[in-house]
Ligand binder design. Structure first.
Ligand code: APR
Length: 243
C-alpha cells in the first residue's frame, strides 16, 4: 500500500465537511461472509435467477427460503471486522455523516453504525408477499414463514433483481449525496446500479472519491485515490493517519 497515497486520502477525510461512505460485500469478506462475484462469490456457485428474483419465489419459495436460511445461519456466526468498526468510530467523531450500504448482512448496525441507509434491504427483515405486513427474524428462518395477518408466504425484505429500490430510502440517499463533499467507496465491484453511480454524483459536485478494494473496479478510472488492499487493514491504517 503506497503510504503517500494513504496520507493524501487521510487528509481528504480529515478536511471533509460532509463525508459519506458507500460499502459493498467486500467490507464483510474478512468477517467470513462470501462476496457475490469474487473467487468464492455466491453468484459463481448459485443461480441468481433461481434464488433472488420475484418469479423464483413464486416458482419455488421453499428453495428460496432454504438459501436465505443458509445465509442467515452463516451471517449469525460472523462478527463485524476492523473496517466496520472504523466506520463506527468515524460516525462517533462526526466525521462520517452517512453510510450507504448495498449489504443486507446487518453487520454495520451490529458494529454500532446508526446513520445507515440499506439500499438493498436487510436479510433479517420480513415482508408479506401479499399484504402490508412487515416483521423481523431474530434467528435464522426455519421453513417458509407465514404472514400472521393473511397467512400468505413471508419473504426476506431485500431487493431482488428486477425490483426497484425503496423510494423513501432512495430519497434520503439523494439528499445525502447532494450534501456530500467527499465519498469513500469500500469493497464494491461497482457493477450494480443505481449504487455504482452514487460516488459519481459526489464527484460531479467537485468531491473527491477514495476507493478501497483488493482490485480495480468499474469505478477506479473515476476515483481520486485507489487504495489497494483489504478493507480491514486499510481502514484502521487510514484512521491512524487522521488529524
Ligand atoms: N477488502 C476490500 N475489498 C474487497 C475485499 C476486502 N477484503 N474482498 C473482496 N473485495 C472486493 C472485490 O474485489 C469486489 O470488487 O469487493 C467487491 C465485491 O464485489 P461484489 O461481489 O460484486 O459485491 P457488491 O459490489 O457488493 O455487489 C453489489 O450485487 O448481487 C448484488 O445485491 C447484491 O448488493 C449486491 C450487489
Amino acid at each position: 500500500m503506497n503510504v503517500d497515497t494513504l496520507r493524501e486520502a487521510a487528509l481528504v477525510i480529515s478536511n471533509s465537511e460532509y463525508l459519506i461512505a458507500l460499502t459493498g460485500a467486500g467490507i464483510s469478506k474478512e468477517s467470513n461472509i462470501p462476496t457475490f462475484r469474487g473467487e468464492d462469490g455466491l453468484w459463481r456457485t448459485y443461480d441468481v435467477m433461481e434464488l433472488a428474483t420475484p418469479s423464483a419465489f413464486v416458482r419455488n419459495p421453499t428453495l428460496v427460503w432454504e438459501w436465505y436460511e443458509w445465509r442467515q445461519g452463516l451471517i449469525s456466526k460472523c462478527d463485524p471486522n476492523p473496517a466496520h468498526n472504523t466506520l463506527v468510530r468515524w460516525e462517533e467523531r462526526g466525521l462520517l455523516k452517512t453510510l450507504i450500504t448495498q449489504n443486507v448482512d446487518g453487520l454495520h448496525r451490529r458494529a454500532g453504525s446508526t446513520k445507515v441507509l440499506e439500499v438493498h434491504g436487510d436479510l433479517w427483515a420480513l415482508k408479506c408477499s401479499f399484504c402490508d405486513y412487515q416483521g423481523r427474524l431474530n434467528k435464522p428462518a426455519s421453513g417458509i414463514p407465514a404472514c400472521p395477518l393473511c397467512g400468505k408466504h413471508l419473504r426476506p425484505d431485500v431487493v431482488w433483481f428486477g425490483e426497484s429500490l425503496d423510494r423513501a430510502i432512495m430519497s434520503q440517499v439523494y439528499t445525502e449525496l447532494e450534501k456530500a463533499d467527499a465519498c469513500i467507496v469500500i469493497g464494491t465491484s461497482a457493477l450494480v446500479q443505481p449504487s455504482a453511480s452514487f460516488p459519481l454524483i459526489v464527484k460531479q459536485r467537485g468531491g473527491p472519491i477514495i476507493e478501497v478494494n483488493i482490485e480495480k473496479t468499474m469505478l477506479t478510472s473515476a476515483v481520486d485515490f485507489h487504495l489497494s488492499g483489504k478493507a480491514g487493514e486499510i481502514l484502521p491504517a487510514l484512521d491512524e493517519l487522521l488529524t
